[in-house]
Structures are given as C-alpha cells and as structure tokens.
Design a protein around this ligand. Structure first.
Ligand SMILES: [Zn+2]
Length: 94
C-alpha cells in the first residue's frame, strides 16, 4: 500500500476508504469527486430526487415520518435556531 495518494494526501486510517475488492481510495479526493459530480449534475439529480419522492410508497413513508413527535421537535428546534440567528444580525437602518 502506498503512503500517499497521487494528490499528496496521506493514507491514514480515517482518510482511507477500503473497497470490498481489496483496493482503496483517498477519502479526501473521493469526496471532491462526489461534490464535483453533484455540482455538474445538480439538475439531473434534482429531477431524479423528485421522481423518487413522488413514488406512493416513499411519499407515505415520508408523511408518516413527519407525523412523529421527534420530527416535529427537530423542526421546531431548527425554526427556533433560525429565528435566533436572525435576531443576531444587526439591522441596517438607512
Ligand atoms: Zn487524495
């Protein structure tokens, strides 16, 4: 096994992705490739996501999740966080 990837990142325990076939990847480079792919294909990815979420069984599963108290608590906490952040931003009075 090499000590560094072709881009100079060290193959540490946390920066190495082992595949089932015994080969390995640099996690940092892999993440960059994934992000770059997402940015280049964002429109196609959104269309796929919408189609997936529109499937009846997926819709029902997501709706069921939204009815749970944990989900509501998390959403309320996020809304509180957003409100708190808005208050911190200083108002620009002309
Ligand atoms: Zn790398």
């Amino acid at each position: 096994m090499k000590s560094h990837c072709v881009h100079g990142h060290e193959y540490t325990r946390t920066n190495t992705i082992w595949r089932k076939n015994g080969t390995y990847l640099c996690r940092f480079c892999h993440l960059q490739r994934v992000r770059s792919y997402r940015e280049r294909n964002i429109v196609a990815i959104k269309i796929q996501q919408d189609a997936y979420r529109a499937r009846p069984e997926v819709r029902e599963r997501n709706n069921a999740r939204r009815r749970t108290p944990e989900y509501r608590q998390r959403r309320n906490a996020q809304a509180r966080e957003r409100r708190a952040q808005k208050e911190v931003v200083p108002m620009l009075v002309p």
